[in-house]
Design a protein around this ligand. Structure first.
Ligand code: CA2
Length: 142
């Protein structure tokens, strides 16, 4: 089975607990349970969330060392700010899909730029939590 990691960045541990009009009512635990259920027979999934840039970078390097087959990342606000996260993704050489729950292009202009997207094979934005499912399905086909 392919090993796919799902990484979530800062504040995504608050999913379902505030701003439901933007991010919905499901929690991170709900999301991870739904992904585990859909891919129980087809993928080995590993989940990681951190509010700390360095922890996410360390995790990406360790996934590369452990020869993961793919990565789904929602870098949260680090998407728009972090050269270090981009460099970690470029250095990992893992097929990566960037996911955003909201449509970042319908929001403030500072969210329109992703520093990490050029290190990814694809970006899914605005599909809600379905974006994570679509990203894993795509990586399993590759
Ligand atoms: O739409 C997305 O998935 C974002 O990556 C979410 C980030 C935001 O900074 C990006 O521009 C777009 C924010 C994550 C905060 O998540 C929360 C979830 C629930 C309640 C509060 C925050």
């Amino acid at each position: 089975m392919k090993k796919i990691a799902i990484l979530n960045g800062p504040n995504l541990d608050r999913l379902g607990k505030r701003e439901p009009e933007i991010y919905g009512r499901a929690t991170l635990v709900d999301l991870e349970a739904a992904l585990s259920k859909e891919f129980a027979e087809t993928a080995s999934l590993e989940f990681f969330q951190s509010n700390h840039e360095g922890a996410l970078i360390d995790k990406i390097a360790s996934l590369a060392d452990r020869k993961f087959d793919g990565l789904v990342i929602n870098g949260g606000a680090f998407t728009h700010t972090s050269v270090a996260l981009r460099d970690a993704l470029l250095g990992a050489h893992l097929p990566t899909v960037e996911v955003h729950i909201s449509n970042i292009y319908k929001r403030e202009s500072f969210r329109h730029e992703s520093l990490t997207a050029p290190a990814c094979v694809a970006v899914i934005t605005g599909l809600g939590l379905e974006g994570y499912h679509a990203a894993v399905r795509f990586l399993l086909k590759g």
